[in-house]
Design a protein around this ligand. Structure first.
Ligand SMILES: Cc1cc2nc3c(=O)[nH]c(=O)nc-3n(C[C@H](O)[C@H](O)[C@H](O)COP(=O)(O)OP(=O)(O)OC[C@H]3O[C@@H](n4cnc5c(N)ncnc54)[C@H](O)[C@@H]3O)c2cc1C
Length: 429
């Protein structure tokens, strides 16, 4: 039987008419999130890829060392690289929804953050910014390697003195002949030492505020580029979140993504970061639920499985309910990516904000349900919890996300964090 006209599925092949209906349905909150047969197969492939590496997660976390090329190869063998990259460059041409369900399944089954990195670095915000490059020559130069996974792209926005206050960043790009000379330092760059390309936010020609910001691709072997591992992290270990120092780095014009005045456009590609963050929260909180359910079914106290105590099964119900709500918000965000555009800022930011909150609540509750065992490294839950907590601020701290959402939902109210020149556009990372 055909679905009712107001309900449209998220098939990869949707007609123009269906797209219009989808947009209308989305606005009325009646989008049908039923996965297509192809999406279910993709999800199972990602789950399989994650499950196969789960047994190694504890050691990779403990040693703080992931054999990353092996992980990339594993993800490639499962056909999960360059999911959203265009088919004309050899990418899979899939949707943001496909990306979301793949990444969620990968994290839920691997129970470890680093296994999702090859997907992130070949289809997430870095590659999405390369796709935004003004010049065809830039896309032709970088996309074939990105799609093949032979080069992967990290994203470098944060500086030692400017994180949330991103529009004050001080890494400079000065014009020099046909190209640019870059100076400055980026920090917390995820995958700093395992990627080969970096989409770097820079200030052009000393133009102040957001108006001076654009982005340039840095290659790891350019003279003047120093890459360091950075501090040891409590969670999300095994691949560094490191530093990128740029000292008089000469960059050819063809590495330009966008020049000054493109901060807003670049942030739309950044919505892929927040969608990834949300998929991560969903997958890892799902893994915490799985571990907690398994434990309370097996653990006996007072002569019965602890799952039979009302406060325990109510806790599971609350965790399950929060997961369902988060999945709906995440899919709503992914469904806002229509006609090849990136997911919309409001939906994605709200999903990321909600995800960071409920995922850390779920993992903490799951840890508590393990009793004393939850605090030991014998059980996966403590690692899952650390990974989730470590990412709360990645992609934007909760207050900064709230500021961004307030700007959408409270028109006419001055929610700017800044009183000076740039007050109309506060930083929103
Ligand atoms: C695991 C991890 C991975 C990361 N990966 C990357 C990456 O790949 N690339 C990259 O560029 N960056 C990355 N980051 C950096 C991340 O984006 C920043 O840490 C984040 O944006 C916050 O910036 P900050 O650390 O400078 O904190 P600050 O901006 O100094 O914030 C400190 C505190 O002040 C609060 N605060 C600041 N401004 C306001 C305000 N206006 N209103 C209310 N409260 C405010 C914050 O919420 C926070 O609690 C990563 C971080 C982590 C932890």
């Amino acid at each position: 039987m055909d679905p009712p006209a107001h309900v449209v599925s998220n098939s990869n092949k949707i007609s123009k008419v269906a797209r219009v209906f989808m947009e209308q349905s989305r606005r009325e909150n009646i989008v049908d999130f039923t996965l297509s047969a192809e999406q279910l197969k993709l999800q199972e492939r990602a789950a399989e890829a994650g499950r196969a590496l789960r047994g190694r997660s504890a050691e990779w976390d403990r040693s703080n060392k992931v054999p990353y090329p092996e992980v990339v190869e594993h993800v490639r063998e499962h056909g999960l690289l360059a999911l959203t990259m265009p088919t004309e460059y050899g990418g899979q041409g899939l949707t943001a929804m496909d990306y979301l369900i793949t990444v969620e399944a990968m994290f839920r089954n691997s129970q470890f953050w680093a296994i999702g990195e090859p997907l992130f670095a070949t289809a997430g915000p870095g590659p999405s910014m390369v796709m935004m490059a003004e010049s065809q020559a830039t896309r032709d130069k970088f996309l074939p390697d990105l799609v093949a996974g032979t080069k992967q792209c990290a994203i470098a926005l944060t500086e030692p003195d400017y994180g949330s206050d991103l529009t004050s960043l001080i890494t400079t790009a000065e014009r020099s002949g046909d190209g640019y000379v870059l100076n400055g330092k980026k920090t917390y760059v995820t995958g700093a030492t395992v990627n080969q390309l970096y989409a770097v936010f820079v200030r052009f020609d000393d133009i102040p505020g957001h108006r001076g910001i654009g982005a340039i691709i840095i290659e790891e072997d350019m003279p003047g580029v120093t890459i360091e591992a950075g501090p040891e992290f409590m969670g999300c270990r095994g691949i560094p979140h490191g530093d990128l120092t740029l000292s008089n780095v000469h960059v050819p014009a063809e590495n330009l993504i966008r020049g000054p005045g493109s901060f807003g456009d670049l942030m739309t590609a950044f919505n892929m970061e927040r969608l990834h963050n949300c998929a991560f929260n969903l997958g890892m909180a799902g893994a915490a639920y799985d571990e907690a359910e398994k434990f309370v079914r097996e653990r006996i106290a007072f002569g019965r499985p602890v799952a039979e105590f009302q406060s325990v099964y109510h806790a599971l119900v609350d965790m399950w309910t929060d997961l369902e709500a988060l999945r709906l918000m995440a899919r709503n965000a992914a469904a806002s990516a229509i006609d090849g555009n990136y997911p919309k800022a409001l939906e994605t930011t709200a999903a990321k904000l909600y995800g960071a909150r409920v995922a850390s609540q779920i993992t903490l509750k799951a840890l508590e349900l393990h009793g004393g065992y939850g605090a030991t490294t014998d059980y996966a839950i403590e690692r899952i919890h650390r990974d989730v907590v470590a990412t709360i601020v990645a992609g934007g701290t909760p207050p900064v996300l709230r500021n961004a959402i307030a700007a959408y939902i409270l028109p006419g109210v001055n929610v700017s964090q800044r009183s000076g020149r740039d007050s109309k556009k506060a930083a929103t990372v």
